[in-house]
Structures are given as C-alpha cells and as structure tokens.
Design a protein around this ligand. Structure first.
Ligand code: ADP
Length: 259
C-alpha cells in the first residue's frame, strides 16, 4: 500500500456498498475510534452488513480495539481481502504497518493509501461502511469528502471547550465540502462513581448539545465515561458486543443511523 494516487473522475463508492459514513473529530483522544468500533458492532448486531475502514493514518486503533491484527491477503497482488471481527468487515492502515512504527508520509502518499483502501479492498455487499478518520481537517478528510460518495459525517466530541472549538471546525469543513453532517455524539459526558454513585461532569456538561443546536445539527447521543468501555476497547472486544447499559446506548445511536 502507498504510492501515488491515480487520478479519478468524480466521487466514487465501492460497488456493493450502499452508504459510506465518516466518523470524525476535531481533536484526538475524544473517543472517535471507540465510537467507530462500537457503532460498527452495534449495527452488525442489528443485522446490518457493516464495514469499518480505519483511516486514522497517524494512529490506527482498530487492530487493537477490534482484536485482529494481521496482514490481509492479496492473492493477485492488487485486490486486498479485508479481515473480519465481531461481525464486521475490517480494513485498517495499521494492518500494513508494524505496531510502534511512525508513519512519515506526505499528503499524496496518504491519499494514495486511502484510495487503495477504498477501491482495492474487496468490501463485498455492505449496508454501510464506517470510516474512522484521523482527527482534524487535513488531507485524508479532504480526499474522502471529494473523491468518495460520502452519505454523511458524524462528529464526536467531549463537552470540553477545547474539543468543541475543534469540533466546530470539523463541522465547518464538512459544510464547506458539502458533506451532510448527520449529527454530533457527545462522548465522556459524565462519570458515575461505581462505589458511591456520585455523578461528576469531568469535561463539563451540556456543551455538545448546545453546540449541536447552535450549528443546526442533531445530537445523536451522549456516552458517559465508563471504565468497562475503555477495558473492552483495550481487550479487542468492543463493549457493544456484550450486554450492558453502554451496549444499549450504542444500539440506540446505531438504530437511528440508517433510515
Ligand atoms: P480518538 O479516536 O478520538 O483518538 P479513542 O477512541 O482512541 O479516541 O479514545 C481515547 C482513549 O479514551 C482510549 O483509551 C479509549 O479506550 C478511551 N475512551 C474512549 N471513550 C471512552 C469512554 N466513554 N469512557 C472511558 N474511556 C473512553
């Protein structure tokens, strides 16, 4: 993978893929990859055919969060056979790299890799392909929005001001690129102490709902800070794969995503 992108005519979508949804964030560390893997698993549990493309070039998390990490087969040296985990068809730039090695690529190489992952991976028939984007508003976002037929984008943010400022920029970028913003997801909205039940708003409260209203986009859900969510992600089995209030919260968000 890598190399230079081939010039393409207009936006494209892998044949067999009904819709592509991008999961974005302004800032890193707000839980974009956690939300992506859990929504993918929740959608799969609802009987959807789901693909997850981890395009977070600088910090691919899906091999760890979905619990698979091996080099995908490419029998003809051109097409790439994706991996499967928890009912989800999966491709990550991380499968092509050694864990712990940095990616030092210029824009054209990033764009080439993204276009290969979209165009050369045998995604098969999918109801939805989720794309876990890198944080921010860079080359990968620009390429995805202009070269692929995106159905829409979902922006993940914590309620903290510094995260919200960047979430606003991400929404602004999608508006400029005419990619519909399906809504905002508030992650790490509050923390309930498991021993005493006290609820603390570690990153503030209500900020994402207020921002959603201001920007005129729906609030798709709030997800609290939850130790089991973090442990599940680290263990390679997303919390949405089990039965818990968090799994129910992801299921509710997933239900509203595909009309
Ligand atoms: P991003 O993709 O935005 O960089 P990640 O999904 O990698 O963020 O999340 C950053 C860290 O926060 C990870 O260790 C993840 O397990 C943890 N995390 C994400 N969401 C939650 C949550 N709701 N509760 C607890 N930990 C979370």
């Amino acid at each position: 993978i890598g190399g230079h992108p081939k010039p393409q005519e207009g936006p494209t979508k892998p044949s067999g893929v009904q819709r592509i949804l991008a999961i974005a964030s302004g800032k890193g560390g707000v839980g974009k990859s956690t939300v992506s893997s859990n929504l993918a698993v929740a959608l799969a549990r609802q009987g959807r055919k789901v693909g997850l493309l981890d395009a977070d070039i600088y910090g691919p998390s899906q091999p760890r969060m979905m619990g698979v990490n091996k080099r995908p087969a490419s029998p003809d040296g051109k097409t790439i056979i994706p991996l499967h985990a928890h009912g989800v068809t999966l491709m990550s730039i991380g499968f092509m790299m050694e864990e712990g090695k940095a990616v030092v690529w210029r824009g054209p190489m990033l764009m080439g890799a993204l276009q290969q992952m979209l165009g050369q991976v045998e995604w098969g028939e999918l109801d939805v392909l989720l794309v876990d984007l890198p944080p921010g508003t860079g080359d990968v976002q620009l390429t995805l929005c202009t070269k692929s037929e995106l159905t829409g984008a979902i922006v993940v943010s914590t309620p903290q001001d510094v995260a919200l400022i960047d979430a606003r920029k991400a929404i602004d970028m999608f508006n400029t690129l005419k990619t519909p913003v399906l809504g905002l997801i508030e992650n790490m909205s509050s923390y309930v102490c498991p021993s005493c039940g006290h609820e603390a708003d570690i990153f503030g409260s209500g900020g994402v709902a207020a921002e959603a209203e201001k920007m005129g986009v729906p609030l798709l859900g709030n997800l609290p800070i939850d130790l089991d969510t973090r442990l599940a992600g680290d263990s390679g089995t997303p919390i949405a794969a089990g039965d818990s209030p968090m799994a129910d919260a992801y299921a509710r968000i997933a239900e509203g995503l595909i009309k």
